[in-house]
Write a protein that binds this ligand. Structure first.
Ligand code: NAD
Length: 393
């Protein structure tokens, strides 16, 4: 077996009602928290008020910023970091989906550098490698979507509004110290968000499995997460109040996060291509991968017949009697069929991409997400990326 390392440094509280843990864990993390919450929805659902009350009961001062928009922007992070520093906060809590959790991570990181602009630490900036930077202030993630796995990854994604790019970055210090995964918080997620976030889980897990950095450790989580999404996403789309299915999606989400966040593990070029769509169009993250996923599978299925054959099986599209070669070759169709089944079979055009954006999107994929591109089992040239984009337009 090849050598690999793993650790799961975040202490995760999983289960219905576990939001209550905030009262006990927050005071062990710091004295004054900045709480970054998703705009409108956290207030409307009552989740924000419950969280604030628990923090106060725990004796923690709280500075609330409940204006996090989907796909957080550099300018918002810079402003929120100013609030964190002015109020002398000593930790950050993300309450919401990936946008809120990533905002908390970015603010905790930038505040530790003394403020400034987050652009300096994103691809193309002077400190993009994050080498020599100070460790972020402590972070608590409370996820209210089953999508990004941000609660168990070191990664955070911030839109660069100057270049219309969506780079992902992170280091050990931006792993959450604690995460709360409470499926009861997810029953209010609207159907369209359930769809785009649920498909994000599928891509994290599937991409982790076909990454050249996959390990036996990440495979465990990746396989299980694909299986859970295939079995449960339809149920939560049909009935958002199905708490059992919400729980299974939430579990798939957090373990898919481990599959893309541990050791050197990663997603592949599907995420690189998807992020560049998001940078140009602000489209929901999960759908950007749905748009390019089948073209990626068609380009790469012969890179590892055994693994791609297993993807077809995990997706539930294996026919008896087919060889691994035949199954692997069918993996693009299997993925397309699963996307169709869950109502996510979209093309890039549906997300607002125009042909004239393809050049900038290709540049951005190589500039901002080369880490993921390089984790693909088949080396990909610029021409390959352009072709996949054209095939997905
Ligand atoms: P999101 O956080 O943008 O939320 C989407 C919408 O759902 C928002 O309007 C939000 O208010 C609403 N919402 C969230 N929870 C709700 C609830 N319980 N009830 C009702 N409404 C609710 O969506 P997301 O897909 O979770 O996060 C997307 C962001 O995360 C993107 O910026 C993406 O690039 C990033 N991302 C990060 C990672 C990572 O590892 N850090 C991985 C993948 C994606």
């Amino acid at each position: 077996m090849k050598a690999f390392d793993f650790s799961v440094p975040t202490r995760v509280f999983f289960g219905n009602g576990e939001l209550r843990r905030l009262q006990e864990i927050a005071p062990t993390t710091g004295r004054r928290a900045m709480l970054l919450a998703a705009k409108h929805t956290m207030k409307q659902t009552g989740i924000l008020d419950r969280a604030v009350e628990l923090l106060k009961k725990g004796g923690v001062d709280v500075v609330v910023s409940d204006n996090v928009d989907p796909n957080p922007k550099d300018v918002d992070i810079d402003r929120q970091t100013g609030v964190f520093l002015t109020n002398k906060c000593d930790f950050a809590i993300g309450l919401g989906g990936g946008s809120s959790m990533d905002s908390a991570k970015a603010v905790a990181f930038l505040a530790a550098q003394g403020g400034g602009t987050i652009l300096d630490y994103l691809a193309g900036g002077p400190h993009a490698t994050l080498e020599g930077t100070k460790p972020a202030f402590p972070i608590i993630c409370v996820t209210t979507t089953a999508g990004t796995g941000s609660e168990t990854t070191p990664w955070w994604v911030i839109t660069n509004t100057k270049w219309h790019e969506k780079p992902g970055t992170g280091n050990d210090s931006t792993m959450a110290r604690y995460a709360i995964v409470d499926p009861e918080l997810m029953v209010s997620v609207p159907q369209e968000v359930t769809r785009s976030t649920g498909i994000d889980v599928l891509f994290h897990a599937m991409e982790a499995f076909i990454a050249n950095v996959a390990t036996p450790f990440t495979d465990l989580f990746a396989r299980e997460a694909v299986t859970l999404v295939v079995a449960n996403l339809g149920k939560v789309l049909e009935n958002g109040r199905d708490l059992e299915a919400r729980g299974r999606m939430a579990w798939a989400n957090s373990i898919a996060g481990i599959a893309i966040g541990e050791g050197k593990s990663s997603t592949v070029a599907i995420h690189a291509l998807g992020h560049s769509i998001g940078g140009q169009t602000d489209a929901p993250h999960g759908l950007t991968m749905a748009a390019v996923g089948p073209a990626y599978m068609a380009k790469t299925w012969d890179a590892d017949i055994v693994r791609y054959a297993e993807v077809t099986r995990l997706l539930g599209y294996a026919k008896p009697g087919l060889s691994d070669q035949e199954l692997a070759q069918r993996s693009p169709e299997a993925l397309a069929a699963v996307l169709e089944k869950f109502g996510c079979r979209v093309r890039m055009r549906d997300l607002g991409v125009k042909e004239e954006m393809l050049g900038a999107m290709t540049d951005s994929a190589f500039k901002t997400m080369s880490g993921c591109l390089n984790c693909s089992l088949k080396p990909l040239s610029r021409a390959d990326v352009v072709q996949m984009y054209k095939d997905s337009l």
